[in-house]
Design a protein around this ligand. Structure first.
Ligand code: EPU
Length: 433
């Protein structure tokens, strides 16, 4: 298994380009199942999760491939296939995003029930009740969600809020089924995340009729068919935020290009409160200047436009070296604190209290071997390792590869000393020589 070996303490400097958003590209790729013609998607990052989605689409009778310039093309060749198998779904929860499009276009779906997750319970009850409101019949059997929609129709007014607010992929699923359901569906408490806005706009480009995009109330008038279209996926605000944390934590000076700062008001405001220098430039790029120890800050994760849970771990890494006590509260995934124990291995002082953590900043972290456990927790360990004195080895970087495109290359381009190694391969090569 690959690991990252990081020699920390180098201030990052230079310019870096943000990739397309994984969490927009995944439901958009799934929504190509709805199209009667081919789709061309630009800005889809080359990631493990994206490759998993392409394999699922192939299982579902879609010819999908990446052209030399990175564009993804999709074309439905066998619309009779409706089963997303456990072997693929178990590796990526976002596989559930094919449920709504399959039901909408093929009126039938069999999608493996996504399993457990290290960031806490992640039920899909809201997805299912939302689809039932559109007339779908849902049966869970042998680990699969079976959905049948011969009588799919507009769902009238339905509520998608759960105990922690709206559901992001649940909104994607219900929206993607409702666009082809005759009649009107009004989704109340729809997720407002920029990734859902991108999906909705993509659906409109295919011919869907959706009002209220970007608001918690989506009004969908079902249409008979959707055509294929060309689309450019929005930039990844979570990758941009992760790079900003790395720049700030190493005391660096980094220009992040190709991002959309308007989708990042909450995290950028927190950085400003911490005293990190931010310069929003006319060309749309963002300059991040780290200035000594940051000030402490309180972070509460919330649905968009609140602070994103997907940046909680990376900000916690930064707060570990703040000059004082910070309070981090998780309101989306109360158990998403798996990074705490690993950050402690680097010398961080963190006390967890229920769904909160009190972070007492220390002057510096020191390198150590740490274990990646989920995508964003791993990103936090890389951010911390870049700033820590000495060597940090991050094991199981396949978690990072799920969601960050060429991360070590991008960081090396900023002067970071980070190498991808595979001890088993190195040993085998040595034994063979
Ligand atoms: N929830 C329910 N019932 C449901 C669905 C969700 O109770 O049917 C709860 C969840 O347990 C959670 C909250 O509602 O407490 C929000 O979950 P949501 O459904 O919004 O999450 P998701 O759609 O499964 C997406 C992202 C996650 C991101 C969350 C929150 C994708 C592919 N995934 O997940 O991204 O953390 O929204 O913003 O878009 C990541 O990229 O690392 C990642 C985990």
């Amino acid at each position: 298994m690959d690991q990252f070996v990081i020699e920390g303490g180098v201030p990052l400097r230079g310019t870096v380009q943000v990739s397309g958003a994984k969490n927009a590209a995944l439901p958009i790729l799934a929504a190509t199942l709805l199209a009667d013609g081919p789709c061309r998607l630009e800005g889809v990052p080359d990631l493990r999760d994206i490759r998993t989605m392409l394999r699922i689409l192939e299982e579902l009778g879609v010819e999908a491939g990446r052209e030399e310039d990175g564009t993804i093309t999709t074309r439905v060749v066998d619309p009779t296939r409706v089963r997303a198998p456990y072997e693929l779904v178990k590796t990526m929860r976002a596989s559930i995003c094919v449920l709504g499009p399959l039901l909408g276009r093929r009126r039938r779906a069999e999608v493996s029930f996504p399993g457990g997750c290290v960031i806490g319970p992640r039920p899909v009850d809201l997805h299912l009740t939302g689809l039932e409101a559109l007339g779908a019949r849902i049966v869970v059997e042998a680990g699969y969600i079976g959905a049948e929609g011969a009588d799919l129709h507009g769902g009238g007014e339905l509520y998608l809020g759960g105990p922690f607010g709206p559901t992001v992929t649940g909104t994607a699923n219900v929206l993607s089924a409702a666009v082809l359901a005759p009649g009107t569906t009004i989704i109340q408490c729809a997720a407002c995340e920029p990734e859902i806005v991108d999906l909705a706009r993509f659906l409109v480009a295919m011919g869907a009729r959706i009002e209220g995009i970007g608001s918690p109330t989506l009004v969908i008038h079902g249409v008979e068919r959707l055509k294929g279209t060309n689309w450019k996926v929005i930039p990844d605000r979570i990758e941009a935020g992760t790079l900003a944390c790395a720049a700030a934590m190493t005391g660096g000076d980094v220009v992040i290009e190709g991002l959309d700062t308007t989708a990042m008001t909450a995290p950028l405001t927190v950085l400003e409160r911490m005293g990190v220098g931010l310069e929003r430039r006319e060309d749309g790029s963002l300059r991040v200047i780290g200035v000594g120890r940051p000030k402490p800050a309180d972070v509460v994760t919330l649905p968009y436009p609140g602070f994103p849970t997907d940046l909680q771990a990376q900000f916690m890494a930064l707060l570990c070296v703040a000059d004082g006590n910070s309070f981090v509260t998780e309101k989306i995934y109360p158990e998403r604190f798996i990074h705490v124990a690993e950050l402690q291995r680097l010398g961080a002082r963190i006390r967890k209290e229920g769904a909160s953590a009190i972070v007492t900043g220390v002057p510096e972290l020191t390198g150590a071997p740490v274990m990646a456990s989920d995508l964003r927790a791993s990103a936090a360990l890389v951010v911390a390792g870049l700033a820590a004195r000495g060597t940090t080895t991050v094991e199981r970087v396949y978690h990072i590869d799920r969601g960050y495109e060429r991360i070590e290359e991008k960081l090396r381009g900023l002067g970071a000393r980070i190498e991808r190694c595979n001890p088993a391969r190195t040993e085998a090569a040595a034994a063979g020589s």
